[in-house]
Design a protein around this ligand. Structure first.
Ligand SMILES: [Zn+2]
Length: 552
């Protein structure tokens, strides 16, 4: 009844505006949310990226870098007094050397400068463990990792607030607050921030010992009454979980969206009207379709290539959300200017890290490409070969998770920073014995999903030279891997083989628990990146990815 009356009054006001002044309150109140995700410490502009634009044209765009991102945010905020900037996670972690060498402190500083207010934790926020992440929030120079904190200057911590609704500690409290409220005067927006419930499988177990990651929808729904009681007029979910599209686009639509975010959406309380997602590194805007259960669902790709500009419109008298929309904006490479404070911050860290970063470590005859579908590719094969090489004959087979290979390694003179950017995790190499049968079991695990087209296969383990096998994804789970051979000889199920993997895989990372069955486990103490550096020093040609053979 009340809503009807307001609508009638608004209509009257509009029709008769020449004679009767429109009541101020009839104008909808617009709140702007600027969102990004998966920034991954990209202080400097990341490599150009191929996108399909809204006209369906494939082009390469150069975009990003913290100073450009900040300038874009400033430009987008102009004329919008009611605005808030948020991140859906993985702001730090898996970062290029300029940020990682300083434990991502400069990225936190940059986020403070560009006005980030809420950051949902992602899986990579936990790469260095819970204690180190708490230091990111609180500041200080306590040492929780191999690297020395405060390498260049004291660290004050994040001015923005981490949100971690579904990361529960032993005492039942969450690692960071579950929710945050932004009060725009008349309108209040509640934010719930969380990571995917599968985070534990994506980080090294020791770092997240004692915390549990709870179900996304259940956790979010349980927080709705609290936010309503605090006066939230609508609720926005910042969630580090996402979907993918058939092709990488500039993110204007979401046709063909699939992935792990979709089953979560219909379970959400209707009070959660807007979902800002991440993790998948794809850009999309889904506007209220059935697929997204009537909600606005967005994601801004990765590395600061894009910013999502969301607009939520509220009825000023009822405070009800009456409309919302979003666009993905390409940040660009200077067209919107540079943020001078961030530019000088980045310049300071560039100069400090340069002697290490620009060191030429060797030569590659061509670019080692990363497989687009996280499967076997020249880059992953090159890494597997380097791991095998580093064991000096102590292992016969190396296997590396393709998810750990982040970008291509450029051909020609290879600089340390490029190798680091490709493989930023700093995992130790672990040698273990697996019988031929155990080896098959773990290879089967990576294909242990319903049959799907090759391009949608889960991330693969790339093998070192000499180890080959065949896969038929149309066969039943557990029987998809066949014809395993080492240097042409069939693998014997009963014989033990010495296998080298990184410590993340050795502890069952990516859900490949088969590696935890390994015996005679030795941590070599060799870091995977050092193995790669030593391998490239000899000069290398990127391998042809023909070690996994798909049939039929
Ligand atoms: Zn992620």
């Amino acid at each position: 009844m009340m809503r009807k009356l307001v609508a009638v009054l608004a209509a009257l006001g509009a029709a008769a505006c020449t004679t009767i002044p429109t009541p101020r309150t009839a104008q909808p109140v617009e709140v702007q949310i600027l969102a990004f995700n998966d920034f991954h410490g990209n202080l400097e502009p990341p490599p150009p990226v191929d996108v399909v634009d809204d006209q369906g044209v494939k082009r390469t765009i150069t975009s990003g870098g913290a100073a450009h991102l900040a300038a874009a945010l400033t430009q987008l905020r102009a004329g919008h007094p009611d605005t808030v900037t948020v991140s859906a996670g993985d702001t730090i972690g898996a970062s290029p050397l300029i940020s990682a060498n300083y434990l991502d402190e400069p990225t936190i500083d940059a986020m403070n400068l560009l006005g980030l207010e809420f950051n949902a934790v992602g899986n990579h926020e936990f790469d260095k463990g819970v204690a180190e992440l708490k230091r990111m929030q609180a500041g200080g120079c306590a040492k929780y990792t191999r690297r020395t904190p405060c390498g260049l200057e004291p660290f004050a911590g994040a001015h923005f607030r981490y949100l971690a609704a579904n990361v529960v500690q032993a005492d039942g409290t969450t690692v960071f607050p579950a929710t945050g409220i932004k009060d725009f005067g008349s309108i209040k927006i509640g934010f719930i921030g969380m990571t995917l419930k599968g985070t534990k499988q994506l980080v090294t177990p020791s770092g997240v010992q004692g915390v549990t990651f709870t179900d996304e929808a259940e956790t979010a729904n349980a927080l709705v009454p609290k936010l309503k009681a605090e006066g939230a007029d609508t609720i926005v979910l910042l969630i580090h979980q996402g979907g993918k599209l058939p092709q990488f686009t500039t993110g204007d639509g979401c046709e063909g969206l699939y992935g792990d975010i979709l089953p979560i959406l219909p379970k959400l309380d209707p009070a959660i009207t807007t979902v800002i997602s991440g993790h998948s590194h794809w850009a999309y805007v889904c506007r209220g379709t059935q697929q997204v259960a009537g909600r606005l669902l967005t994601s801004a790709g990765k590395y600061g290539y894009f910013v999502t500009d969301l607009r939520l419109r509220f009825d000023p008298s009822t405070h009800r959300l009456i409309g919302q929309d979003a666009t993905n904006v390409v940040v660009g490479s200077g067209e919107r200017g540079d943020d001078s404070a961030i530019k000088s911050l980045v310049g300071k860290y560039e100069a400090a890290v340069a002697p290490v970063a620009n060191q030429v470590i060797g030569r590659l005859t061509a670019t080692a490409k990363k497989s687009e579908d996280e499967s076997e590719g020249p880059a992953a094969d090159l890494v597997a070969d380097s791991m095998l090489g580093a064991t000096n004959g102590a292992a016969q087979i190396a296997l590396v998770n393709a998810t750990g290979i982040r970008v291509d390694l450029p051909g020609g003179d290879v600089r340390y920073k490029d190798a680091f950017t490709m493989m930023p995790f700093g995992n130790n190499l672990v040698v273990m014995s697996l019988t031929g049968a155990q080896l098959k079991a773990v290879l089967e695990q990576q294909y242990g999903v319903p049959p799907r087209p090759k391009k949608e296969l889960p991330a693969a383990l790339a093998p070192s030279a000499g180890f080959t096998y065949a896969v038929d994804v149309n066969r039943p789970a557990g029987g998809r891997v066949s014809d395993m051979r080492l240097n042409g000889k069939p693998i014997d199920p009963a014989i033990r083989y010495r296998v080298v993997v990184n410590n993340y895989m050795a502890s069952g990372g990516d859900g490949l628990t088969g590696f935890t069955a390994g015996t005679d486990v030795t941590d070599t103490g060799i870091i995977d990146l050092d193995a790669l550096v030593a391998w490239i020093a000899k000069g290398q040609t990127p391998p042809t990815p023909n070690r996994i053979r798909f049939t039929p």
